[in-house]
Design a protein around this ligand. Structure first.
Ligand SMILES: *Cc1c(COP(=O)(O)O)cnc(C)c1O
Length: 379
């Protein structure tokens, strides 16, 4: 089955009792048993829920995986992966990554004795240098946030496989429409479903997909033990959102391409970070690993000051100033004072998050209006 068909049908069947074409919202905490242990596969909704199950299966199909698990948030999914490890274990992670992931690794799991190394993963040798007998996981985020570096999943996975190290990929920025890490050898795919998958800025949710049954059982055991599950109503909303994922992603990509090219012509703009440009350092890799270049763009201003960036981000009208990304509406953000504010200036500037860096999540509005909005704000 191809992607658009899976987006609409995978994991979902007409309701056997009524024929309802949409998966019902099974808003129930428990399920009746005829006699102890005699049930229909559902006992308690922390463990299983039919609406959630449909979404788990749908996401597994979209990622070309066998098993899916959905969580109360993207962070709930990352928390579950990190709980696979014990004191003394080591994790190598991308250095340019989602702030919340950096926070849970360093502020929560380091306390429990797991050691984290943060490296620039566009350089495979830098990863290799940190590998030792305690290394259990390589955590990739690609494209990265907000610098849109692209990391070679296949190369990292083959390096890891030879040493029995798990590879997990945060696939939030690309969405399964653009990139399927399992096809390149990754063991776990993680999503903040809040973003492109949900797509309508109305749900916070996370997901993991994997192929290995034993790994799936471990992850499901942690989820059931710790409890980071999504509610059935949210699962319904995401199933509904995913039905248009392929169409939305096509438009996100088309619009972002127009906006990136427009920014190049604007003399207030300095650098533009978008993997679709031929001079992006990983442009060739992006073409190999992704089906298109996505809806995210970052850029800097020639006037490289917070004040200049603030003027732009507060003047746009269609690009709304907010954290998050991946919804149908366009968003604009200033990483240095918003998502990356907790990182010291010197540290963030090393990865390119300078004072004037602006991040766009290009939505699916009419692109002429989006371009006019930026043009006006940049004046
Ligand atoms: C938003 C986000 C997360 C965290 O997900 P939540 O759903 O907000 O908990 C993780 N990784 C990336 C890349 C994100 O954008």
């Amino acid at each position: 089955m191809k992607f658009g068909t899976k987006a609409i049908h995978a994991g979902q069947h007409p309701d056997p009792t009524t024929g309802a074409i949409m998966t019902p919202i099974y808003q129930t905490s428990t399920y009746v048993q005829a006699s102890p242990g005699d049930h229909k596969g559902y006992e308690y909704s922390r463990t299983q829920n039919p609406t959630r199950q449909a979404l788990d299966n749908n996401l597994a199909a979209l990622e070309n995986g066998t098993y899916g698990l959905t969580f109360s948030s993207g962070m709930g999914a990352i928390d579950t992966v990190a709980k696979l490890f014990k004191p003394g274990d080591e994790v190598i992670s991308t250095n340019d990554l989602y702030g919340g992931t950096y926070r849970i690794f360093t502020k929560i799991f380091e306390k429990y004795g797991v050691k984290f190394h943060f490296v620039g993963m566009t350089d495979i040798a830098a990863i290799e240098e940190k590998i030792n007998s305690n290394t259990k996981l390589i955590w990739i985020e690609t494209p990265t946030n907000p610098m849109l570096n692209v990391i070679d999943i296949e190369k990292v996975s083959s390096l890891a496989k030879a040493k029995d190290i798990l590879v997990a990929v945060d696939n939030t920025f690309a969405s399964p429409y653009l990139q399927n890490p399992i096809d390149f050898g990754a063991d776990i795919v993680m999503h903040s479903v809040t973003k492109f998958l949900g797509g309508h800025s109305d749900v916070v949710m996370g997901a993991l997909v994997c192929n290995d049954e034993k790994l799936y059982e471990e992850l499901a055991f942690i989820q059931n033990s710790c409890g980071a599950i999504p509610g059935p109503q949210d699962c319904f909303l995401v199933l509904r959102g995913i039905k248009t994922l392929h169409i939305r992603m096509q438009r996100h990509c088309e619009n972002a391409a127009v906006i990136a090219k427009y920014l190049k012509t604007n003399d207030k703009v300095d650098k533009i970070y978008w993997p679709g440009f031929e001079d992006h350092p990983q442009h060739e890799l992006s073409k190999k690993q992704m089906r298109d270049f996505g809806g995210m763009i970052s850029f800097t201003l020639k006037d490289n000051t917070t004040a200049a960036a603030n003027r732009v981000v507060s003047r746009t009208k269609l690009f709304t100033l907010a954290e998050s990304l991946g919804g149908v509406e366009s968003l604009i953000g200033h990483p240095a004072s918003m998502t990356h504010a907790s990182i010291p200036k010197e540290e963030r500037e090393k990865t390119g998050v300078v004072d004037s860096l602006i991040r766009l999540s290009v939505g699916i509005e009419d692109v002429d209006d989006l371009q006019a909005d930026l043009e006006e704000a940049l004046k």
